[in-house]
Design a protein around this ligand. Structure first.
Ligand SMILES: *[C@@H]1O[C@H](CO)[C@@H](O)[C@H](O)[C@H]1NC(C)=O
Ligand SMILES: *[C@@H]1O[C@H](CO)[C@@H](O)[C@H](O)[C@H]1NC(C)=O
Ligand SMILES: *[C@@H]1O[C@H](CO)[C@@H](O)[C@H](O)[C@H]1NC(C)=O
Ligand SMILES: *[C@@H]1O[C@H](CO)[C@@H](O)[C@H](O)[C@H]1NC(C)=O
Ligand SMILES: *[C@@H]1O[C@H](CO)[C@@H](O)[C@H](O)[C@H]1NC(C)=O
Ligand SMILES: *[C@@H]1O[C@H](CO)[C@@H](O)[C@H](O)[C@H]1NC(C)=O
Length: 938
């Protein structure tokens, strides 16, 4: 090539590269500097074009970095670096990185376009710089849960666009600044909806000027500071207020009367101050749900009339000098909590008969002498230390009991599953690595933490926020409701990933920012913040430790060597095997002839089939012959040279069993001959293939017949017959096979139906011989199918025949309900248990196609039998032989005691139309699939 042309091309190429590198050079330099000084940044911060190659956590507009979100990613630094030079930055969220121990430099003022600054739950220290007042575009400022010191800069008052100001949980001191002739102050923030300044060391008075009628405040949260002086009456002019928390300060004097102008106020906290004068009159506040005024020095007072406001959910007024009787109309149906301990309430306690089932009443240390009870609900009442308790007449309410706060909330109804070390079972019954943390609410409008309405609302709101952000969240579980010392309601959140079993960094960051930014509306709850637990499981979390790197390189090399020698060995073996095979079909058995797996299988009845024969009889494994498929491979229908119609289960490449397992299955199957167990006709083990040849069962699996596409109407008696057949099959395995066999994977997918709807138990891939040791169980790695697995086996890893009985119990419930054992996070066993508890509940859960339940003879006995199979403890479950006898009794009831019908296992002839009304018309049902379900063989 002409050198000049080559040079041209090089120049063009480099120009293309410059054009492709869309990131502004200044921003690139800033990010590269961060990369070299911050620890634990995303590994995908690679290359020279953060905007073009989409570095995690970075969004750009016109080559400029406009978004930087690294929430919850575990970054560490002592210096925020040159972030202030990302001059077009609009959104900065570094929340939940405890490893950021930096100060906010005055140069932060350069972020002139910043609208959102979220630094929740880091370790920022030092003062909040005065220059923050230059960020005129700022709408959201969340600096809470850090270690900021110093005063609140008055310049924040210049941030006139601000809507959310949260400085709580820091070590800020000094006054809440208000404006004067020379300085701005928070009173200038007329667009602000949130002042959250709680849990600091703020002192001085709350200036009257702080509040005025032009403001838009909905939440004023300044609890747990050292504020003194009186509550300014100007607060009564901010008509938009919904939550006011002034509790745990040193406020004194009289509560201003115009507070009652706040028509939309729902939560008012004034407790733990030195407030005096009359108990505030809150009549007129028609949206008031929650009042906490305990521990103040109000004048002696009768129960105020606003107690009877119909909106009122919670009234907490301990130690406030209340006296006299409580009018019974206080106990209206909305009231969930009334705590008036340490007062002078006297006379008769009459709670009326309209009180809520959720009601909690605490009247300890009062002077109540009489109690009128209208038994309605299990009342949660404590009147310990009242005169009435001295006589012992109402004893059961006189003992101090723990408040009725649950620690765990309903999470899932999955069967018990052990997910291994880091993974957790999601409400949808999958094991994944959730992002976890605690969500804190500054306020809430209810008391009954048991009421699932509130939790459900929270869960659904968060889920829909995640969905609209298109985040890969599968589900959320919410647990451990607690009230902390500040009366913040908190829950532990587990947020489960959907597309993979872990979250990547961007998803964790986005989840954090969606919660802390709180753009959703959430009834019943006040404002919140979210603090996470550092996420365990980011992808590509490679250690920078050189020892590990070298170790894994060396290790990798060794693995390569091993693989290479294994391949060589394998080829050698295969050659040997191919040579030997000509004479003896079992010579190719297994790779290691010294090993037990290498011995020829001990066959009784089943024969060896050649690959060529099976290929021929399935028309070269043609698609048309496929009658099922599973994780294991495909199942083909074929006709052997002998004329037998068979189902050939062919393991697909890559999911072959170990030689030992394959051999086990063949040996097991070939020894088994029973009308209710699928028999093995033959097998093939050559040319890298593993195939099992079974008798062909024409009507597919029980599961498909109950709920799948191949569904057929099966009446009650037919279902009982199927239950009986399969019980007999399992009984044979347990009691008659020698040695006994535990199936380990009884499920409706492994019960096949023939043309006469005779049920046959199939698939012994994971079966265990019970050996002849007398201990009656085998210890084994837990295998089986979710939804059918015996919880006891699961816990103890000790497999007994009772584990099959449990699984069989689940199949009985499927026959009853036609539902999958686990669907949408519901576990059939629990559903039926719940249904039985309710009167007529059972009928809501029966398969509707069974028709009217009154006609189902023996139904109750059947349910009882299923439930006895599902006892938690194996010893409480019947043996399979007992199950067979019980089903026979039930069938007698179902057919009206017509004893002319018998069901012995020898009875292969036609019993009557009752049991196979399809008769011979179903002789060719080849369109029905027969997937030998083996997916869970791991
Ligand atoms: C960044 O951009 C992506 C799409 O380009 C968007 O899905 C994501 O929400 C943006 N992130 C932020 C924090 O704006
Ligand atoms: C940044 O702010 C300036 C002026 O405040 C404005 O003109 C410009 O459009 C903003 N840039 C973006 C990307 O919003
Ligand atoms: C607040 O803004 C005004 C006008 O923009 C400016 O003159 C003043 O210096 C600012 N004050 C502070 C403390 O930033
Ligand atoms: C105005 O307010 C600032 C900050 O709050 C304070 O330092 C200053 O002394 C005040 N000036 C007057 C005249 O009160
Ligand atoms: C209850 O207390 C009030 C005020 O202390 C008193 O007037 C009243 O007589 C008392 N009632 C009873 C029944 O003791
Ligand atoms: C997981 O459960 C939620 C309800 O908690 C449901 O909305 C969602 O569709 C489920 N996801 C899957 C994959 O089943």
């Amino acid at each position: 090539m002409d050198p000049r042309i080559r040079l041209r091309l090089m120049i063009i190429c480099s120009q293309i590269m410059i054009i492709a590198a869309v990131t502004n050079p200044n921003d690139l330099a800033v990010l590269n500097a961060l990369k070299s000084s911050w620890k634990n940044l995303p590994p995908r911060w690679k290359g020279s074009d953060p905007c073009g190659s989409k570095w995690e956590g970075i969004n750009c507009t016109n080559s400029r970095v406009t978004t930087l979100v690294l929430a919850g990613t575990g970054v560490r630094t002592n210096d925020i670096g040159d972030i202030p030079s990302l001059s077009m930055l609009q959104y900065l969220d570094l929340s939940n990185n405890k490893g950021i121990r930096a100060t906010l430099p005055p140069s932060i003022q350069n972020l002139k376009n910043l609208t959102t600054l979220i630094l929740v739950g880091c370790s920022f220290r030092g003062p909040i710089p005065d220059s923050i007042g230059s960020l005129k575009q700022l709408v959201f400022l969340g600096l809470n849960n850090n270690s900021f010191i110093g005063t609140i800069p008055p310049s924040i008052g210049n941030l006139t666009n601000i809507s959310w100001l949260d400085l709580s949980d820091n070590q800020l001191s000094g006054p809440i600044p208000v404006s004067n002739a020379t300085s701005p102050g928070l009173d200038k923030l007329v667009k602000a909806k949130h002042f959250h300044l709680a849990n600091n060391r703020l002192s001085g008075p709350i200036q009257s000027q702080l509040f005025h009628s032009n403001m838009s405040l909905i939440h004023v949260i300044v609890n747990n500071n050292q504020l003194s002086g009186t509550i300014p009456s100007s607060i009564g002019t901010v008509k938009t207020l919904e939550v006011v928390r002034l509790d745990s300060n040193s406020l004194s004097g009289t509560v201003p009367q115009n507070l009652s102008n706040l028509q939309t106020l729902s939560e008012l906290y004034l407790s733990n101050n030195n407030l005096s004068g009359p108990v505030p009159n809150l009549l007129g506040m028609n949206s008031l749900f929650y009042v906490e005024m305990s521990n103040n020095s109000f004048d002696k007072s009768d129960i105020p009339t606003w107690f009877t406001l119909l909106s009122m959910n919670t009234i907490l007024m301990e130690k406030t000098q209340l006296q006299g009787e409580i009018p019974s109309d206080v106990f209206h149906p909305q009231l969930e909590s009334l705590v008036l301990s340490n007062n002078n309430i006297n006379g008769t306690l009459d709670i009326g008969d309209r009180y809520s089932s959720d009601l909690i009443v605490d009247l300890r240390n009062n002077s109540i002498t009489n109690f009128l009870e209208y038994p309605r609900f299990n009342l949660s009442l404590n009147i310990d230390n009242n005169p009435i308790c001295e006589g012992g007449s109402t004893g059961r309410y006189c003992t101090a009991r723990k408040p009725n706060i649950p620690t765990t909330l309903p999470s899932n109804s999955c069967p018990p599953v052990n997910c291994g070390s880091a993974k957790v079972l999601s409400p949808n019954c999958t094991c994944t690595n959730p992002y976890t943390g605690t969500i804190y609410f500054f306020s809430h409008s209810f008391s009954n933490l048991d009421n699932t309405t509130y939790i459900t609302t929270l869960r659904d709101t968060l889920m829909s926020a995640f969905r609209s952000g298109q985040l890969p969240v599968d589900s959320i579980s919410i647990s451990n409701a607690t009230l902390d010392e500040y009366k913040y309601l908190q829950y532990r959140l587990h947020i489960f990933p959907s597309s993979q079993d872990y979250f990547d960094r961007s998803s964790v960051s986005s989840i954090g920012t969606v919660i802390n930014r709180q753009l959703f509306s959430l009834p019943f709850y006040g404002p919140l913040f979210f603090l996470d637990e550092s996420y365990c499981c980011f992808p590509g979390n490679k250690s920078s430790n050189h020892g590990v790197v070298i170790g894994s390189v060396v290790g990798g090399f060794v693995v390569l060597l091993l693989i290479a020698s294994a391949i060589t060995f394998g080829i050698y073996q295969k050659r040997q095997a191919t040579k030997a095979k000509q004479n003896n079909p079992f010579a190719s058995w297994g790779l290691d002839n010294d090993n037990d797996a290498g011995g020829a299988p001990q066959l009784k009845g089943a024969r060896w089939c050649s690959y060529e024969e099976l290929k021929r009889c399935t028309n070269n494994f043609s698609e048309d012959n496929i009658i099922g498929s599973g994780g294991y491979g495909k199942v083909y229908k074929g006709t052997l040279d002998t004329g037998h119609v068979v189902a050939i289960k062919r393991a697909q490449q890559g999911s072959l069993q170990g030689a030992q397992e394959f051999k086990t299955e063949i040996e097991l199957l070939s020894r088994i001959h029973h009308k209710n167990v699928v028999s093995l006709v033959g097998f093939c083990y050559e040319q890298g293939e593993q195939m099992l040849v079974y008798e062909y069962i024409s009507n597919g699996t029980l599961k498909d017949n109950l709920s799948g596409d191949g569904r057929m109407r099966m009446d009650w008696v037919k279902r009982l017959k199927i239950a009986l057949d399969s019980a007999k099959g399992v009984t044979y395995l347990h009691e008659l096979a020698n040695p006994p066999i535990i199936h380990r994977d009884i499920k409706s997918n492994n019960i096949l139906l023939d043309a006469y709807f005779t049920a046959k138990v199939a698939d012994f891939g994971i079966s265990k011989l019970l050996g002849d040791e007398s201990k009656g169980y085998v210890s084994t790695q837990v295998k089986g199918t979710l939804g059918y697995m015996d919880p006891e086996y699961f816990m103890t890893q000790q497999l007994t025949e009772k584990s099959d009985v449990y699984s069989f119990g689940v199949v009985l419930l499927e026959l009853l309900t036609a539902k999958s054992p686990i669907k949408n996070g519901k576990y059939i066993v629990r559903e039926v248990q719940d249904a039985i508890g309710k009167s007529n509940g059972l009928y809501t859960i029966l398969d509707p196609s069974l028709g009217s339940f009154q006609t189902l003879g023996g139904l109750t006995k059947f349910v009882d039998l299923a439930m006895s199979c599902l006892q938690d403890s194996g010893v409480d479950r019947p043996k399979m032989g007992e199950v067979v006898r019980e089903i026979e009794t039930i069938i007698d009831l179902a057919v009206g005691g017509d004893s002319s019908l018998t069901f012995s296992s020898q009875n292969t002839g036609k019993v009557g139309d009752l049991y196979h009304p399809y008769g011979d018309s179903v002789s060719d049902a080849s369109s029905l699939s027969m997937p030998f379900e083996t997916e869970l063989r791991r």
